[in-house]
Design a protein around this ligand. Structure first.
Ligand code: ATP
Length: 451
């Protein structure tokens, strides 16, 4: 964990928000390398969930919505985590997570009474993760919705609007719009990537738990009797999508939810082997007709589907795939992090698949002080840049250092222009993972770099 966090900062992947002011908890900024990796991950998700599917379309709904939506969905009342405070150091924690850490099963869906009972029964075993004392307040439910005064000019803040706590509500409330403006027939899905906000009680664990984060969600509308069949298909689809990104299968596992919310038919999480153990990377959930039924009641309009062939109306059932960009980003960094030995030194490199690597190739002149090499390297760099991006040019420091710099950000290939290039128009192409170099004709370089 420490190695990744420090590499992420050192090489421009992730910075703590507002760092020069001491840092702002639970919020992160993505640097020049991070923004590329993040965009690539979102692009791969979109490709898999929208472009490769004839039955799924995209959406970009707004962050702000009518607050009635959060009432109908149950978030204003039920979107909460169990909060407990250490009386000594006044740090706040999620009671279910503290219990889980000592091996006592608990989750955020338990009632206040239930979790207080379990917390009480185990109080001798629970120490404050911060100061080690054993003196806690009672557990109380804390609502995670983040409030704003958008459009409220009264100063009393009595009618807050919310920054969305999840992106999928924007999909549910646009179900009819999408249906009416496309030729889609059930089953079909709507996918969206966007920011979500939650007042997380203790946003630790780096990108795993932020207060501002991005979600990638796809809601799939089915006939009621097809829900579970489609659910199984979606589970398989998501699993293979993660493998295609290059995540090792040994670091992934399925976890079935034991304590289902009352409306859910079934729910699984795909967990990743984070530094503290297997934990939720993304979820695949069968949600029944709860969401459209709730919004139908909330807005007073029918949100049903008319099946022309069968001449029947029904409220579609929904299965969802829901994952966080930050969690995937973190998992991908962990999975790609590799140390080996090269030229008698320990080398760190990120073994990203080329399609998600922040930089696709780097071009170097062997020596900085030979104008003819620099000019030729610039020419090759400009040529590659027209077809593949991003590509970088680097003539700083010795060649070994330049390779290491690219290894640390996961650049799959480096192209070096040397004296032989001037003779025979070939360059060395160095492979990040093996460190092996081969001579390639400059004309062939682009096709070799293309993914
Ligand atoms: P957890 O139990 O870890 O709090 P959750 O079950 O509340 O997560 P969901 O509401 O199902 O999570 O959200 C779907 C996905 O969004 C999660 O699988 C995760 O990848 C991502 N996600 C949720 N909360 C956060 C957060 N605070 N920071 C980063 N990603 C998050």
């Amino acid at each position: 964990m420490e190695k990744i966090v420090s590499l992420a900062k050192r090489r421009g992947f992730v910075y703590q928000s507002s760092e020069i002011y001491g840092g702002f908890a639970g919020v992160y900024d993505f640097g020049p390398m991070g923004v590329e990796l993040e965009r690539n991950l979102k692009e791969q998700w979109w490709k898999k969930m929208v472009y490769e599917r004839d039955d799924i379309v995209g959406l970009d709904s707004a962050i702000f919505m009518d607050p009635k939506i959060w009432e109908a969905s149950g978030h204003t009342k039920g979107f909460s985590d169990p909060l407990v405070e250490c009386r000594k150091c006044h740090k706040r924690f999620r009671a279910d997570k503290i219990l889980e850490e000592i091996g006592v099963p608990a989750d955020e869906k338990m009632s206040e009474d239930e979790i207080n009972k379990i917390f009480g029964e185990n109080k001798d075993k629970i120490k404050c993760p911060e100061c080690g004392k054993q003196n806690f307040t009672k557990v109380r439910k804390f609502n995670l919705l983040v409030k704003s005064n958008l459009g409220d000019f009264t100063n009393d803040n009595s009618k807050p609007v919310y920054l969305r706590g999840e992106t999928c509500q924007g999909i549910y409330v646009n179900f009819k719009n999408v249906l009416d403006s496309t030729r889609l027939k059930i089953p079909f899905g709507i996918a969206q990537i966007g920011k979500a906000f939650r007042n997380e009680i203790s946003p630790r664990q780096f990108l795993f738990r932020g207060r501002e984060f991005e979600q990638m969600e796809m809601q799939y509308f089915t006939r009621p009797e097809d829900e579970m069949k489609e659910f199984e298909k979606l589970r398989e689809y998501r699993w293979s999508a993660l493998l295609e990104l290059g995540i090792s299968e040994k670091n992934l596992s399925w976890k079935r939810h034991e304590n289902l919310v009352f409306y859910a038919k079934d729910a699984y999480d795909i967990e990743y082997n984070f530094p503290w153990g297997f934990d939720e990377l993304e979820g695949v959930h069968a949600r029944g007709d709860y969401d459209l039924t709730q919004h139908s009641k909330g807005c007073g309009k029918q949100l049903d589907y008319y099946d022309q062939e069968k001449n029947e109306k029904f409220i579609p059932h929904i299965i969802e795939s829901s994952g966080g960009v930050g969690r995937l980003f973190f998992a991908i960094m962990l999975d790609a992090y590799t140390e080996d030995e090269m030229s008698g030194e320990t080398r760190v490199f990120l073994k990203f698949r080329p399609e998600i690597a922040p930089i696709k190739a780097a071009v170097f002149p062997l020596l900085k002080n030979k104008p003819e090499l620099v000019a030729k390297a610039k020419e090759v760099y400009e040529m590659i840049k027209k077809e593949i991006h991003p590509v970088v040019f680097d003539d700083n420091g010795n060649i070994g250092k330049r390779y290491r710099r690219q290894d640390e950000v996961g650049t799959p290939y480096c192209v070096t222009i040397d004296f032989d290039t001037m003779e025979d128009d070939t360059a060395t192409l160095r492979n990040r993972d093996t460190g092996k170099q081969e001579r390639v004709n400059i004309k062939e370089i682009i096709s070799r770099l293309k993914i």
